[in-house]
Design a protein around this ligand. Structure first.
Ligand code: TRP
Length: 368
């Protein structure tokens, strides 16, 4: 399998920087949280993942948990499995069916409810791709070329040729979001440039073809409040680095992975992300699982050292994940349910995309 890291996986620098300086996007996210609490019905959320492997704790606390929380608050939810996007940096999508099923299982286990939320794949919704052509006409090559996430992915792809899809997938992603008129997109920092492309396309489409009406909303990014977790080797948790604890991993495997986790030589355990990133990430992980602060966990361990810290984290993770893992196993055995979830999600997404495409064609005067 090609394990080329993606931008989201390679951003090892200053993983905790977000925690200190709130950016404009974070400030906006705080405002959005307030609006969602007051009136969840005005939001339609769309977000998703590339099917490249099982989701891990970094995904869970970074986005998955947040999606389920928003769904449960009453926000209409779409989750896209971006199977075409896998082809940006590899020629063939190995074991795609297995990866897609793994994602569905991770979603279901984490609490995405297919009765309320639509889980679907890119490739099953042709009208979504048809939106991409008019959208491509609304952005310049220069704009596509300076997208920092795409640049980063190209730099890390270690490939001699860069495909056209690599430059255009952010426009494809705009279609992912706009086909259902999504206005809320929970994502990580690395996706903000893509959100900007989506907003630009929505605005330009409305200006050019809307005739005074708003055909597409300008969606907002919603950043998760949880800072990113480090993997067991002290770099960003990522499936391609083999330093991740997946949702599907068993309790024993989790214990083994955490036992080998990197710490530092200072015995007294303190929470200081700047000077002690590895120890602090472990504290944060325990804290997220136990719904308390990392400082509290640190105080409790005190001078008992790294072994005690690892024991605490292992227990916290295994206890927290136990019901999620049990559900995952149950769903994995029910193949019919798994297939029905995707089939029905795809049908719902297709119906919505067809309606939007008809509207777009009418706006563009291409109704023949
Ligand atoms: N680019 C996202 C990732 O790599 C996946 C994705 C595809 C996505 N389409 C999306 C995320 C639409 C949010 C909205 O993780």
């Amino acid at each position: 399998m090609n394990t080329t890291p993606r931008a989201a996986d390679t951003d090892a620098a200053a993983p905790f920087a977000d925690a200190f300086e709130p950016t404009a996007a974070q400030a906006r996210s705080a405002v959005l949280e307030e609006l969602i609490r007051k009136d969840p019905g005005r939001f339609r959320m769309l977000t998703g993942d590339r099917p490249t492997g099982r989701l891990h704790l970094g995904h869970y606390f970074g986005t998955l948990h947040n999606r389920v929380r928003l769904q449960d608050l009453g926000v209409e939810t779409y989750v896209i499995i971006a199977d075409y996007q896998v082809l940006t940096d590899r020629d063939v999508a190995d074991n795609l069916t297995g990866h897609v099923e793994d994602l569905v299982l991770d979603y279901l286990a984490a609490g995405v409810d297919p009765a309320r939320s639509t889980i679907f794949t890119h490739s099953a919704v042709p009208a979504l791709n048809q939106l991409m052509l008019p959208f491509l006409s609304l952005v310049s090559v220069a704009e596509l070329s300076r997208n920092p996430t795409v640049k980063d992915e190209i730099a890390h792809a270690r490939r001699s040729a860069v495909s056209g899809l690599m430059f255009t997938y952010p426009v494809h992603q705009a279609a992912d979001i706009l086909f259902c008129k999504g206005n809320l997109v929970p994502v990580g920092q690395d996706q903000l440039p893509h959100l900007e492309v989506t907003r630009t396309i929505a605005r330009r489409f409305n200006d050019r073809y809307g005739n005074g009406a708003t055909v597409f909303p300008e969606p907002d990014a919603l950043l998760s409040r949880a800072p990113s977790l480090l993997g067991t080797d002290g770099t960003k948790m990522s499936k391609s680095r083999r330093n991740a604890i997946t949702l599907a991993a068993g309790a024993d495997e989790t214990a083994r992975l955490l036992k080998g986790a990197r710490t530092d030589s200072e015995r007294h355990i303190t929470y200081d992300p700047r000077t002690r990133p590895e120890v602090s990430s472990l504290l944060l992980l325990a804290a997220l699982c136990q719904n308390r602060t990392p400082e509290e966990v640190a105080d409790e361990i005190g001078s008992a050292g790294a072994a005690a810290l690892k024991k605490t984290v292992t227990e916290a993770v295994n206890e927290y994940l136990a019901p999620i893992r049990a559900r995952r196993i149950e769903y994995a055995e029910d193949r019919a349910f798994l297939r029905r979830t995707l089939r029905e999600g795809n049908e719902r997404a297709r119906a919505v995309a067809d309606t939007t495409l008809a509207e777009v064609r009418a706006a563009m005067n291409s109704h023949y």
